[in-house]
Design a binder for this molecule. Structure first.
Ligand SMILES: *Cc1c(COP(=O)(O)O)cnc(C)c1O
Length: 423
């Protein structure tokens, strides 16, 4: 499509957008008396208006039923988490029994590592991307140390090439083949948090499994953003948080995936708790753990229902719309944002560099040359909520559920004023 950098054109795109009515399903923070232009749905998604009702229902049930709420709430608490598996299975391309919801992302990765990082004398290495999200780095290092190994030897980082801002799939595959039968695990962020790159998860998973390793994905920036086919890709395990593209609220319950091929393996090492045992016999308080032969067997504790409720509320929105429509709008609004950036770049003679490679989801990472931080501060003052990363990168993620094309146009106008004001 040929884009135009005008208000009329942006408004025409909004009028033709079948998702535009969902903007009104979310609460927007206000700045200078207007909705902000929100580019940080990759960090904390906006609050859906329907979330309050889901939380209130739990509070009311607790008030009125107390312990009886476990079984007699309208949505009983004892199996509340099971309601999230259906919608999530569609989002990540899984079977329902491959999904569970519990804890938070880093905690779940630790639990999954118990099952899927079982180093032996020969096979003990982990491949990840260089400069992975810090929490993932700490998680991997501490897991390796826990097994009495040296993180410097066991963790192998795939580097970007000199002068490039992205990882090449062939370099990841080459590293996998190189480490070969010493490789215990590949664990990479499916969408990189910094440059917005979408890894070729299918190819990398195949390569890892070919050399006999387990392959897992951290989907913090991928779930609810890009197309995923975890089951068909033969991924061993995955985990994601729910508060970024999935709008569940700060720190709320997180999702995990374990491939069907591992679900009947009762010998798989796992840290267990009473919520992972068969629910029919859970309250008989038997001494033996009985696997559910589903990802729910990774459940440990009685989950926080107050944290599941907002996730369920947000998932009803995903279920209504479906990933294909979200992805279609995402592609189009990100393309329009890129166009607007290029127009402003030309008009102001700046040199913005989009470092997000072509395989991309919702996020554009823009490398600024010159006084990036003061420009960023100008944007914030003028109602643009974006994200600043050292040394000079602004991350912009126009979440397709609630961002409009007019937002992209208005952002361009603010950006232009900000750049010209600096000259
Ligand atoms: C956001 C994010 C996290 C956050 O982990 P929590 O346990 O939810 O605090 C971890 N890893 C990646 C790659 C992320 O993007």
């Amino acid at each position: 499509m040929l884009f135009q950098n005008t208000l009329e054109f942006a408004q025409k795109l909004d009028a033709e957008d079948e998702l535009s009515r969902y903007r009104d399903a979310f609460h927007f923070p206000q700045s200078n008396g207007k909705d902000v232009i929100y580019f940080t749905g990759n960090s904390l998604g906006l609050q859906p208006k329907r979330t309050q009702e889901y939380i209130d229902a739990v509070m009311t049930n607790w008030k009125e039923l107390a312990v009886e709420g476990h079984f007699h709430s309208k949505k009983p608490w004892w199996d509340y988490h099971e309601r999230l598996a259906g919608p999530l299975a569609k989002i990540v391309g899984a079977k329902e029994k491959e999904i569970s919801v519990m804890n938070t992302l880093t905690a779940n990765l630790h639990f999954l590592m118990v099952s899927f990082y079982r180093p032996t004398k020969k096979r003990f290495k982990i491949i990840c991307e260089e400069k992975a999200f810090p929490s993932d780095q700490y998680m991997l290092q501490s897991q390796v140390s826990f097994h009495g190994l040296n993180p410097k030897e066991a963790i192998v980082e795939v580097k970007k090439r000199d002068g490039e801002h992205f990882w090449r799939t062939e370099d990841v595959v080459a590293k996998i083949n190189d480490v070969g039968d010493e490789l215990a695990l590949v664990l990479i962020g499916g969408v990189n948090y910094y440059n917005g790159q979408v890894f070729d998860m299918e190819t990398i998973t195949k390569a890892g499994k070919n050399v006999g390793a387990f392959v897992g994905w951290d989907l913090a920036h991928a779930a609810g953003n890009v197309e995923l086919k975890l089951h068909d890709w033969d991924v061993d395990f995955a985990a994601w948080c729910s508060y970024k593209y999935m709008n569940s609220g700060p720190g709320n319950a997180a999702g995990l995936f374990v491939h069907e091929q591992h679900l009947d393996d009762d010998a798989i090492p796992r840290f267990e708790g009473w919520w992972g045992t068969k629910k029919e016999t859970r309250f008989l308080m038997k001494p033996e753990f009985e696997s559910t032969n589903s990802a729910d067997s990774w459940q440990v504790s009685n989950p926080s229902v107050l944290s599941l409720a907002p996730y369920l509320a947000a998932l009803t929105l995903f279920d209504e719309v479906g990933m294909p429509k979200l992805i279609k709008k995402r592609n189009s609004i990100v393309a329009y944002l890129e166009f607007v950036l290029q127009e402003v770049d030309k008009e102001t003679n700046s040199s913005f560099e989009i470092i997000t490679p072509k395989g991309r989801g919702c996020q554009l990472s823009v490398l600024l040359h010159g006084e990036g931080k003061s420009l960023f501060n100008y944007l914030t003052k003028n109602g643009v909520i974006a994200d600043w990363r050292e040394p000079n990168v602004i991350r912009l993620a126009p979440a397709p559920f609630y961002c409009s094309y007019e937002d992209m146009y208005s952002f361009g106008q603010i950006l232009k004023k900000g750049v010209l004001g600096q000259l």
